[in-house]
Structures are given as C-alpha cells and as structure tokens.
Design a protein around this ligand. Structure first.
Ligand SMILES: [Fe+2]
Length: 228
C-alpha cells in the first residue's frame, strides 16, 4: 500500500484567508501525495493558488498535476453565474502541470475557465493517475454536473460536490440531473468500502468521516435526497 498523506485545505482558513466569499463557500482543496517520492496532486485548487502552491512547497511536495472533480469555479476557478474565482488558469501560469478531469466535463471546464479540451488531460471512468504507487482512480459520478467525478485512492474518497457529510450536491444547476445523482449515490458509490474516509468538496455538515458513518447518517444515502 502506498505511503500517502492528505492535507485538507479549507478556503478562508488555510488559504484565501480574509476572503469573505471563500469563507462563506467553505470549499476544500486537497494536497494528496506519496510520502516516499514526495510527489502528488492538488485536488480542486481554487480561491488562492499562490497560497496552495506555498502549502505544497512548504510540505516539500512536487506537484504532478491537478485533479478536478467538476467545472464549477469554486473548485477550479473561472467565472460562471456571476461568481469569479481564481483557479487553474492562474495556477497554470505560475506552474504548468496537467489538469485531469472526466472527459464529459471538458466543455464545462472550458466554459468556466476558457481552457480548451485540448489543454486538459481527459479520462474515461475508472482510469488511474499515479504518483509512484499512489494511484488515484477517477470515478464518474454524474448528477451535480454531467461530468462530475470522485477521485478514489486506497482508503480515501474525494467526492467533490457529489457527496458531503450531510446531503449531496445540488442538481438544479445547468448539467444537473436528479436521476443521475441518485444512481451515482446509490449504485456507483456503493462500491466504496465502509472503511474509506470521505473527503468532501465543501465543509457542509463536517470535514471528513468514515463512509460507514456517512452511510448511517447522511439522508442522501439513507433515503431522502436532502440537497445542500
Ligand atoms: Fe459544484
């Protein structure tokens, strides 16, 4: 098993300090890295890319790329529905690296950020992106957006806006689909073991928890689909 480490980074606290909008949105970015090779990834870097790069640099981590869960600006930056956020455009100017996402999300990423599909690294469901023996698998979980995904590694699920500790992502925005969300939550995520830790895209209802506990307490998984 890979020796890996996860740093959970809350916008407004760990980076983007003093940014009221970031504080309100409660977004998590993650630094996930291999402790042997000190190589890793930024998951959903937004709001303060210099701050996030500094955290990676201070930890001594060489970044191999960005893993995006979906195209909304509070996760990857850009502008959409009146929200303007710093993100992968600024990051790539400072430090070029591959941006990985599900192939269906490419168009939405271009709409949010202006970065064309040809500049993204697009994946099919189930593909792996590796840092040595730290293997990050993309799991297509549509519903919040058409190309929303989770990133899965040994013991950890990075769920973006598909699943929070309480509730699940909205399905009423463009690209959202309630039927697909239900399928993602009930079928696609059912293969994630109880022993894995959920690391969500927002601090709604908490910051991280065992999947066994989330399955007991989250109404989106126990029956009703409470939306955040
Ligand atoms: Fe979102």
């Amino acid at each position: 098993m890979a020796q890996f480490e996860i740093k959970q980074l809350l916008a407004g606290r760990d980076h983007a300090r003093g940014n009221r909008q970031a504080t309100q949105m409660q977004n998590f970015a993650y630094l996930a890295f291999n402790r042997e090779t000190m190589e890793g990834f930024l998951i959903d870097p937004a709001w303060d890319v210099e701050g996030l790069l500094k955290i990676a640099d201070d930890a001594g981590v060489k970044l191999l790329g960005v893993l995006a869960t979906h195209a909304h600006p509070d996760h990857i930056g850009g502008s959409w529905l009146g929200l303007v956020v710093e993100g992968i455009v600024e990051l790539l100017k400072l430090r070029p690296m591959p941006v990985h996402c599900h192939k269906i999300e490419a168009k939405a990423v271009e709409q949010s950020t202006g970065i064309p599909a040809s500049k993204l690294t697009l994946h099919e469901d189930g593909a792996f992106v590796n840092a040595g023996d730290l293997k990050m698998q993309i799991l297509h979980t549509p519903g919040h957006t058409a190309g929303s995904c989770c990133w899965l590694t040994e013991g950890a699920l990075f769920s973006g806006d598909t699943l929070f500790l309480q509730g699940c992502g909205r399905v009423d925005l463009p690209g959202g689909d309630a039927r697909e969300m239900r399928e993602s939550l009930m079928m696609r995520l059912s293969k994630v073991p109880d022993s894995f830790v959920l690391y969500p895209g927002h601090a709604y209802g908490g910051s991280s928890a065992l999947m066994s506990d989330v399955r007991r307490t989250n109404r989106s998984l126990t029956g009703g689909m409470s939306r955040m």
